[in-house]
Design a protein around this ligand. Structure first.
Ligand code: FAD
Length: 426
C-alpha cells in the first residue's frame, strides 16, 4: 500500500508536511511529493483540505468476504486467564452465532506453558483455540505479542478481534490495528451486528435486484458502541472498509456464559516466527505493586465514597462500612483527583466498570461518568444529603441525610439486619 499526491489537486498549502510525523513529504516546486519514509499512516490524507492525497495499492482491494470468525484475545497472566477474557468469549460466541451458524468464536491464547488454559476456554464458550506459544512470549511484551498476533491474523483472517480493555489490551490492540492498517474502537460498552444493505433490502423487497446496492457493503459488520464526549453521548462506530474489525471492551461489561464442564473444541497450534531481535525491550524483573490489590470487578458489595466525604479521613468510615458488610471500597473520581484514595478504587468511565449485587454510593452526586461504571449494579443504595442529587434517579434505595450519621447507623444495625434476613429466609 502506498500514498500518492494527485498533482493537479495539490495547492501547495503544506498542511500535509506539518501533519506528517515521519518527514515523508517534500515539496517539488509547489506540489507535495511523498518520499520513501512514508508509512501510510494517513495523517497527510486527514490534513489535506483539497482531497489531493489518496491511498493506492491493496487498500482499495480489501476483500471483506475473505475474513471469517470472531477472535477473542484470551489474556492470561502467570498462567491464569483474566476474567474479562472469559466474559468476551461469551460475548464473542453470541456475536458469532448472530453473524452466521458456521461462524466460530476462537480464543487466541498467547504465552508459554499455557496448555492448561485451553479447556477453560472451551468451557466458557470457545469453539476453537488458536494457541501461540514460545519461550519469548512467556511475559507480555508489546513487540512480541504484536508480531505474533499480526502474523496469525494475516494467516487466518478473522473478521473481528476483541480484547479486554486492560492495561495489556489497551497497549496491544492499537499496535496490532496499526500494523494491519485497520480500525480499532476502544473501550466499547456494547457490540451489535450491523445488517448489510443487501439484507435490509431483501427484507423489504420480494425480488432482490442487487445492482442498486453498494457492492462494498459487507454482509455483516460490527456496530461498536462507546461513550464519547466525556460520556455525554454514546457513539456507534463501524469499520466498513478494512478487516479485521477490532474493539477493546471494558472488564465487567459483558456477561460470562455459564461454564459447561467437559466442553470441547478444535485446537490450532500456530508456530510463531519470532526471535530475540523482534523484541526491543528486555524484562529483567516483574515487581508487584506493594499497594493493596482492589478487586472491584469481582466484588459482590461495593461501598463507594465521593467528594461528600469532605476529606481523606472519610475513607476510614467507608473502609469500616465495607468491612462490616463484606464489601470492597470504591470511589468517585473527585475523591481520587483530590488525592484521598488510589485510582485503583475509582469506579466509572475512566475507572473500573462494576456490577456488584449491592452498590452503596456515599456522598457521590451521580455524574454521568460515574454512572457509566456502576448503573448496571443489581441494587444501588445512595446516601446523599441533597435530595435532588442525580444519583437518586438510578438508586433503588435512597437515603437523604448526612453520611456521617447514616453510615454509622447502618453499621450498628447490620448484624441485626443479617439476623432478621436469616430468620426471614428460613
Ligand atoms: C472525561 C471524564 C471522565 C470522568 N470519569 C469519571 C469516572 O470514571 N468516575 C467518576 O466518578 N467521575 C468521573 N468523572 C468526573 C465526574 O464528572 C464528576 O466530577 C465526579 O464523578 C464527581 O464526583 P463526586 O460525585 O464524588 O463529587 P460531587 O459531584 O461534588 O458530589 C458530591 C456529593 O456529595 C454530597 N454530599 C456532600 N456532603 C455530604 C454528606 N456529609 N453526606 C452525604 N452527602 C454529602 C453532595 O450533595 C454531592 O451530591 C469524569 C469526568 C470527565 C470529564
Amino acid at each position: 500500500m502506498a500514498i500518492q499526491v494527485i498533482k493537479d489537486k495539490c495547492k501547495g498549502c503544506k498542511l500535509c508536511l506539518k501533519a506528517c510525523p515521519f518527514d515523508a513529504i517534500d515539496m517539488d516546486g509547489k506540489v507535495a511529493v511523498i518520499n520513501e519514509k512514508c508509512t501510510a499512516c494517513n495523517q497527510c490524507i486527514a490534513a489535506c483540505p483539497f482531497d489531493a492525497i489518496e491511498k493506492t495499492g491493496d487498500d482499495a482491494a480489501v476483500d471483506l468476504s475473505a475474513y471469517k470468525d470472531v477472535w477473542v484475545f484470551a489474556e492470561q497472566r502467570n498462567g491464569k486467564l483474566m476474567n474479562v477474557a472469559l466474559e468476551l468469549i461469551g460475548e464473542g460466541r453470541r456475536l458469532a452465532k448472530e453473524i452466521s451458524e458456521d461462524t466460530k468464536v476462537c480464543a487466541l491464547l498467547v504465552g508459554d506453558g499455557i496448555d492448561h488454559l485451553e479447556q477453560e476456554c472451551y468451557e466458557y464458550g470457545a469453539e476453537r483455540v488458536v494457541m501461540i506459544q514460545d519461550p519469548l512470549l512467556k511475559n507480555y511484551t508489546t513487540d512480541g505479542y504484536t508480531k505474533v498476533i499480526v502474523d496469525a491474523v494475516e494467516e487466518y483472517k478473522p473478521e473481528l478481534v476483541i480484547y479486554g480493555a486492560t492495561h495489556i489490551g489497551r497497549d496491544l490492540a492499537p499496535r496490532v490495528a496499526a500494523r494491519l492498517n485497520t480500525g480499532l474502537t476502544a473501550d466499547c460498552t456494547r457490540l451489535d451486528i450491523k445488517v448489510s444493505s443487501y439484507i435490509e433490502y431483501a427484507k423489504n423487497n420480494t425480488t432482490l435486484d442487487t445492482s442498486t446496492l453498494d457492492p462494498n457493503d459487507p454482509s455483516t459488520g460490527i456496530k461498536q458502541t462507546r461513550p464519547a464526549f466525556g460520556g455525554n453521548l454514546m457513539a456507534t462506530i463501524i469499520c466498513p472498509k478494512t478487516r479485521p474489525q477490532m474493539s477493546t471492551v471494558r472488564p465487567g461489561v459483558m456477561q460470562k456464559r455459564d461454564r459447561v464442564a467437559g466442553a470441547t473444541g478444535e485446537r490450532v497450534d500456530y508456530k510463531p516466527q519470532i526471535s530475540e531481535s523482534d523484541i526491543r525491550i528486555q524484562i529483567k524483573d516483574i515487581v508487584k505493586s506493594a499497594k493493596e490489590l482492589v478487586s472491584l470487578t469481582d466484588a459482590d458489595i461495593i461501598c463507594s465514597g465521593g467528594r461528600g466525604l469532605g476529606d481523606p479521613s472519610g475513607f476510614e468510615l467507608i473502609k469500616e462500612f465495607a468491612d462490616k458488610v463484606g464489601g470492597v471500597v470504591g470511589s468517585s473520581r473527585a475523591a481520587v483527583d483530590a488525592g484521598w484514595i488510589d485510582h485503583s478504587h475509582q469506579v466509572g468511565q475512566t475507572g473500573t466498570t462494576v456490577k456488584p449485587k449491592i452498590y452503596f454510593a456515599c456522598g457521590i452526586s451521580g455524574a454521568i461518568q460515574h454512572l457509566a461504571g456502576m448503573q448496571t449494579s443489581d441494587i444501588i443504595v445512595a446516601i446523599n444529603k441533597d435530595p435532588d442529587a442525580p444519583i437518586f434517579e438510578v438508586a433503588d434505595f435512597g437515603i437523604v441525610g448526612d453520611l456521617y450519621k447514616v453510615i454509622p447507623e447502618i453499621i450498628a444495625e447490620w448484624d441485626n439486619a443479617e439476623e432478621l434476613y436469616d430468620a426471614s429466609t428460613k
